[in-house]
Ligand binder design. Structure first.
Ligand code: SF4
Ligand code: SF4
Length: 380
């Protein structure tokens, strides 16, 4: 039976985090079963786009530092890597998030996926067939997901499986969003990416999670847990239940389970350490519920009916950083000097909304749209 461990951790004091991680690893068979001396171990962190640790959008540097130390003590060679959601911002994001400092302090090799080159990997995917994956994610001996426990406006929840979206550096992410603009299609695409990888371990930073409008614009929540598992899908099932989701409502878990890439059914998972009911919290969910529409309806509404739901910029909040302009997969944004969105070109992927660090990208659904979506959601 696949195992997921849940261990309480009060705060980000280094020794407390390290001992919680060690305890969680011991509960699931010990790190020695995953990492052998001399192994190159890639810690795939969640760096997003230049947030300091207290925003709870990124894997906390205390978790990164503790993992680097633990891997070294096991004889492995720790790498810390990711690519930002916004192309060109990875180096800055690794710095601002505190991960650069943590990697340097504890002796990990920092890797910016934007400068490693990629391998083109063929998969038998539902959405993707060829995926350009950062070379370290393939070249490493052990791939470890180091996600943050968060809600997500598009996929409801993001954790160990979704964390691997970051192995696609550069404009590749935007291309995936173009192909997969709805919750259902994006979750299938994420599982396609996951199918190309062979992760050996996941350790989740749930000490302070994010609720509400994650994965960036949400609110920190004291969730006080560390989770470990050798199965990312099982970890997501447990973590999402702790957050107050029904685990099969998380489509990355449902699809990965259906497609045989992990165990997503809670009754087949042995939860060790804390019981889910003893640590569960009712995370506030994203109110972007209309993402639940099936793909064909989502595509119809969001691609062809710009008057129902549209994205706009609040000039009061905008700092003219240009991240939205650089990240828009449809080239629908012009800087004049504030961003202006061409609603005809916009594919409603909401990358700009997700990546804006100043919450300046707003979503507006018309009265007609709200009625239509309510009706559709009620029926689906
Ligand atoms: S809307 Fe946000 S991401 Fe776009 S330029 Fe303004 S502050 Fe930057
Ligand atoms: S304007 Fe925003 S929502 Fe529209 S396509 Fe560009 S990034 Fe996506």
């Amino acid at each position: 039976m696949v195992e997921v461990s849940v261990v309480k951790c009060e705060d980000y004091e280094h020794q407390r985090v390290k001992s919680a991680i060690l305890q969680s690893l011991d509960l699931t068979g010990g790190l020695e079963n995953v990492v052998k001396p001399g192994d190159d171990v890639l810690l795939k962190v969640n760096v997003i786009v230049g947030f300091p640790p207290e925003r709870a959008a990124t894997t906390h540097p205390a978790v990164v530092g503790a993992m680097v130390e633990i891997i070294k003590e096991a004889g492995g060679i720790p790498w810390v890597g990711d690519s930002s959601g916004a192309y060109g911002y990875t180096a800055r994001s690794l710095d601002i998030s505190g991960m650069k400092k943590a990697a340097e302090k504890y002796g990990g090799k920092l890797i910016n996926f934007e400068s490693t080159g990629t391998y083109q990997v063929e998969v038998d995917g539902k959405i993707l067939k060829n995926i350009n994956i950062a070379k370290p994610a393939i070249d490493c001996d052990v791939l470890v997901s180091l996600p943050k426990m968060k809600t997500h406006q598009l996929t409801k929840y993001t954790g160990a499986v979704k964390n691997f979206f970051g192995v696609i550096p550069g404009p590749g992410k935007a291309a995936v969003h173009r192909q997969a603009p709805t919750e259902e299609s994006l979750c299938q695409a994420v599982v396609d990416i996951y199918s190309a990888l062979k992760p050996g371990l996941a350790v989740m930073d749930g000490v302070v999670g994010m609720e509400g409008e994650g994965a960036i614009n949400g609110t920190p929540i004291q969730s006080k847990v560390i989770l470990s598992s050798t199965d990312c899908v099982a970890m997501d099932a447990v973590a999402s239940e702790i957050m107050g989701f029904s685990h099969m409502d998380v489509l990355t878990t449902k699809f990965a389970n259906e497609r045989g890439f992990g165990t997503g059914e809670l009754e087949k998972i042995y939860v060790k350490g804390e019981m889910i009911s003893d640590v569960s919290l009712d995370f506030e969910k994203s109110n972007r519920a209309y993402y639940r529409l099936p793909t064909f309806l989502g595509k119809f509404i969001f691609k062809n009916t710009e008057n129902i739901s549209r994205v706009f910029i609040s000039e009061d909040d905008c700092k003219k950083c240009g991240i939205c302009f650089e990240s828009c997969p449809a080239s629908a944004i012009m800087l004049e000097p504030y961003p202006v969105i061409d609603q005809k070109k916009c594919i409603r992927c909401y990358c700009c909304h997700e990546l804006c660090r100043n919450s300046a990208v707003k979503l507006k659904t018309s009265f007609l749209g709200k009625q239509l979506l309510r009706r559709l959601l009620y029926q689906t």
